[in-house]
Design a binder for this molecule. Structure first.
Ligand SMILES: Nc1ncnc2c1ncn2[C@@H]1O[C@H](COP(=O)(O)OP(=O)(O)OP(=O)(O)O)[C@@H](O)[C@H]1O
Ligand SMILES: [Mg+2]
Length: 548
């Protein structure tokens, strides 16, 4: 490891400094990042009362030489950067030379380290060094913090319950452990071992040890490199709708908060009720990433943000929604006769998508028999090779109509009995605002003097009644400013035109609905974000019936 040097004032001036130690979590984060920067393969964390009474982090990393130990706790002393240019190419978690000094100022800190030659130990209380000794220890570093915030009573009060603080620490360590799978992480609280993760070969393997099988099986993995950006990770299939807390975002191995990227993911999934599960690692040239915008270092700025957003969106569209073959896989061989793409075959091998490609014959067997049932005149049940799917008929149809009118593919059907509407002044105002858009969507009409409108055509696929049309304008009105957006108007039209719950469907109708649903770009969520399909695999059924 490079020597620890105090940064020049001009470099210091460029560093986003600030109070970074807000709670036990921040201490653990800084210490663990130091251990990782030191190349540790094993990190042991001891806490008491959720870290409020004690935090100790012990590692087997490179360690600190005895003649540098005092410098390590000085402000702006770091071995990770030296010049202003270095700030533009950061490859380590730390770089400001601030963390240990900040922690030492608000606690009782003991630092014990060995670089493999000689061990040394340092004690500091509120920033004042109270002792330096030689000591025996193997290569690595141990930092022990007690009396956190003893000199900052306001911040002490700000800490929450031990349970709360512990939960934050556990979540943080999980985030680092997933992106650093080869490192062993152990957390103990008193005698209790609260987390043990041995070093493992990949993030995928680590995910498997941490999350339920059902979630793991819902994940599609990807590794895409486009120009200078590489995206690696996992996204849940769009029909996975469970609640979970898997939303990990990393840039160059750093866990980050990046609202724009998070929003892009949600938008591309069309804002489902439950956000998708994902672990996304974006790798870019360190020179095109600014990690120096916030003192906590977990907010960063991509130089080519728009480009990365585009690549991400396309990647999700193509690999999670897009590829027709993938859809066949996703829905458990619903469509006969399509062979799996190279990518999907790879997914199968990796064990993240547990479907096997179907053969035409197998799928046909299912097709020949009775494979659709309607439950409560509301849901369509369809059998597949890998289990069964339940489709909400209303939202399925809503999605089909939405996509077809948005793409301008919808033709009109003339009503045998045109529907005359007497609009209120308000409704008439909304009508005038939206009539062009409605015409485009296939709702055609004749206008009479005053506020009488006769609707004589509706989108060809629509199941629309007088009541649906009567409520249309007041619902459009409730959109407020969103009424300007074509897609928002389309959502309302699609919802009003869709088959309702309570409508009986024949097998042929159900089959056609499901066929057309799977021809949609996003057959999994309705335009308002509700799930359309629920999948029950044979494995899940077997486990519910205690067969396995
Ligand atoms: N666990 C450790 N193993 C080896 N060296 C360490 C360890 N912890 C700290 N150091 C050394 O002490 C220096 C100061 O650590 P500190 O965390 O204060 O700053 P930093 O990591 O350089 O930057 P930042 O303030 O952004 O974390 C580091 O640059 C490193 O050389
Ligand atoms: Mg550090």
């Amino acid at each position: 490891m490079a020597r620890i040097k105090t940064l020049d004032t001009d470099v210091r001036a460029k560093i986003a400094a600030g109070e970074v130690i807000a709670r036990p979590l921040s201490v653990v984060k800084e210490l663990v990042e130091n251990s990782l920067d030191a190349g540790a393969s094993r990190i042991e964390i001891d806490i008491r009362a959720g870290g409020k009474q004690l935090i100790a982090v012990n590692d087997n990393g490179a360690g600190i030489a005895p003649d540098e130990i005092l410098r390590a706790v000085e402000r702006y002393a770091t071995s990770k950067i030296a010049t202003i240019e270095d700030i533009g190419h950061i490859t380590t978690y730390g770089f400001r030379g601030e963390a240990l000094a900040s922690i030492a100022h608000v606690s009782h800190l003991e630092l014990e380290s060995s670089d493999g030659t000689q061990g040394s130990k340092l004690e500091i209380m509120g920033g004042e060094v109270t002792g330096v000794h030689e000591c025996h220890r193997s290569q690595g570093t141990r930092v022990r913090i007690t009396d956190l915030f003893y000199n900052l009573p306001a911040r002490q009060k700000f800490m929450k319950s031990a349970q709360w603080e512990r939960r934050l620490i556990l979540a943080l360590i999980k985030a680092y452990a997933l992106i650093q799978p080869s490192v062993a992480f152990h957390i103990r609280e008193g005698d209790r071992r609260i987390l043990d993760m041995v070093g493992i070969k990949s993030t995928a393997e680590r995910l498997k040890t941490q999350y339920p099988r059902q979630l793991i099986e819902s994940l599609i993995d990807f590794d895409k490199e486009v120009s200078t950006v590489r995206l690696v990770g996992f996204f849940s299939r769009p029909d996975f709708q469970d609640t979970h807390h898997v939303n990990y975002l990393y840039i160059n191995a750093r866990p980050v908060k990046y609202p724009r990227l998070y929003r892009t993911i949600l938008d591309t999934y069309e804002n489902p009720k439950n956000p998708p599960a994902f672990l996304l690692h974006i790798m870019v040239d360190p020179g095109s990433l600014d990690v120096n915008i916030h003192p906590t270092k977990n907010e960063v700025k991509l130089q080519d943000e728009r480009y990365v957003v585009d690549v991400l969106r396309q990647m999700i569209r193509k690999h999670v929604f897009g590829s027709k073959d993938l859809k066949v896989q996703d829905t458990g061989d619903y469509r006969p006769g399509t062979s799996a793409s190279r990518d999907t075959q790879r997914f199968v091998q990796d064990g993240f998508v547990s479907y096997e490609p179907s053969t035409q014959k197998e799928a046909a067997v299912i097709r020949d028999g009775q494979e659709f049932w309607q439950a409560h005149d509301m849901y369509i049940l369809a059998q597949m090779k890998s289990g069964l799917i339940i489709v909400d008929q209303h939202v399925a149809h809503e999605r089909i109509i939405f996509e077809s009118i948005m793409k301008g593919r919808s033709s009109s059907q003339r009503l045998l009995f045109p529907i005359t509407l007497e609009l209120t002044p308000e409704e008439h105002r909304v009508f005038k605002k939206t009539r062009r858009c409605l015409k485009e969507f296939g709702i055609d009409f004749k206008e009479f003097s005053s506020r009488t409108v006769v609707i004589d055509s509706v989108p060809s696929d629509a199941h629309i009644s007088r009541e649906d049309l009567e409520g249309l304008f007041s619902e459009l009105d409730s959109l407020g400013n969103l009424i300007q957006q074509k897609s928002e108007v389309a959502k309302v039209v699609a919802c009003r035109s869709a088959i309702k719950a309570g409508q009986k469907l024949s097998v042929v109708e159900m089959q056609s609905l499901v066929d057309r649903l799977f021809a949609c770009e996003n057959p999994y969520t309705c335009p308002h974000g509700r799930p359309i399909i629920i999948r029950l695999t044979l494995d899940e059924l077997a486990s519910k019936f205690g067969r396995v």
